[in-house]
Design a protein around this ligand. Structure first.
Ligand code: UDP
Length: 239
C-alpha cells in the first residue's frame, strides 16, 4: 500500500440516509456502490478504515416510539437496521474485490462477527474494512455516539462524518440564506451554539478524548480522497 495519506487510521460515519439516494426508504445499490468505490480508493492510498453505518433509512427508535411502539424495542429494531446496512456495504465492498468484516455490538453469530476491539484493529491493520454495526449495542444511543466510541477505541486519528451539506453552518442553510459556514470550530463552541452536528453525548466524548472530527459533503466526488491527503474540506471540529 502507498503512504501518501495524511492520516494513518480513520473512522467514517455514514448515516443510513446516505444509502437511500433519492428514495425515501431502503438502500440504493448505485449509491452504496459509489460509497464502496470511494472507501476502497482511499484504502489503496494506505489509510486504515473503520466504518459506522446508521440505520435511519430503515428504522429509528424515536420514530417507532412516536407511532406507539415501546422505545427499547424500537431501538433494537434501529440497531438491527444498521446491521442490514453494514451487510449491504460488506457485500458491495467484496463485489469490488475488497475485504470487509461486519462486527456487531449485538451478538448475531450466524450473520457476522461480534465487535471485539483487538480483533477489529487486527482486521484494519490487515487491510480489511471493519464495518461496526448495531451502534453501541444499547438503546437510547445513536450511531453518532457509536462512531465516536469506535473511533476512540480503535485509535483513529480522525472521525469523518459524511453529510449532505458542505460543513457546519450557523443555521440551516436551506432555510436561512444568511447562514454562515464555519471552517473550524471547537467542541465547546458546537455545544454552546447548539449547532446540530451530532448528539451532545458524541460531541462530549470526542472533546474529552481529544478526537478531531471533520464534517464534509459526501455528494462531491473525490472529497474523501482529498481529505485523506490533508486538504481542509468541510468543517474541522477539534478540542
Ligand atoms: N440505535 C440504538 N443504539 C445505538 C445506535 C443506534 O438504539 O447505539 C438505534 C436507534 O433507534 C437509532 C437507530 O438505531 O435511531 C438508527 O441509528 P441512527 O438514528 O443513529 O442512524 P442514522 O441517523 O445515522 O441513519
Amino acid at each position: 500500500m502507498g503512504s501518501s495519506t495524511h492520516y494513518r487510521r480513520i473512522l467514517l460515519k455514514l448515516s443510513g440516509e446516505a444509502l437511500m439516494g433519492s428514495a425515501d426508504y431502503g438502500i440504493d445499490p448505485t449509491v452504496i456502490g459509489r460509497l464502496a468505490d470511494e472507501i476502497l480508493e482511499i484504502q489503496k492510498e494506505g489509510v486504515q478504515i473503520g466504518v459506522v453505518i446508521g440505520g435511519g433509512n430503515i428504522f429509528r427508535g424515536a420514530g417507532l416510539q412516536a407511532n406507539g411502539m415501546d422505545r427499547v424495542t424500537g431501538d433494537h429494531m434501529g440497531m438491527l437496521a444498521t446491521v442490514m446496512n453494514a451487510l449491504a456495504m460488506q457485500d458491495a465492498l467484496e463485489k469490488r474485490g475488497g475485504e470487509a468484516r461486519v462486527m456487531s455490538a449485538l451478538p448475531i453469530h450466524d450473520v457476522c462477527e461480534d465487535f471485539i476491539r483487538r480483533r477489529a484493529i487486527r482486521h484494519i491493520e490487515k487491510g480489511r474494512v471493519a464495518l461496526f454495526a448495531a451502534g453501541t449495542g444499547n438503546p437510547f444511543f445513536t450511531t453518532d455516539s457509536a462512531a465516536a466510541l469506535r473511533a476512540i477505541e480503535i485509535g483513529a486519528d480522525l472521525l469523518l462524518k459524511a453529510t449532505k451539506v458542505d460543513g457546519i453552518y450557523s443555521a440551516d442553510p436551506a432555510r436561512h440564506a444568511d447562514a454562515k459556514r464555519y471552517d473550524h470550530l471547537t467542541y465547546d463552541q458546537v455545544i454552546e451554539r447548539k449547532l446540530a452536528v451530532m448528539d451532545t453525548a458524541a460531541i462530549a466524548l470526542c472533546r474529552d478524548q481529544r478526537l478531531p472530527m471533520r464534517i464534509y459533503d459526501m455528494g462531491v466526488a473525490d472529497n474523501l480522497k482529498r481529505i485523506i491527503r490533508g486538504e481542509a474540506i468541510g468543517t474541522l471540529v477539534d478540542p
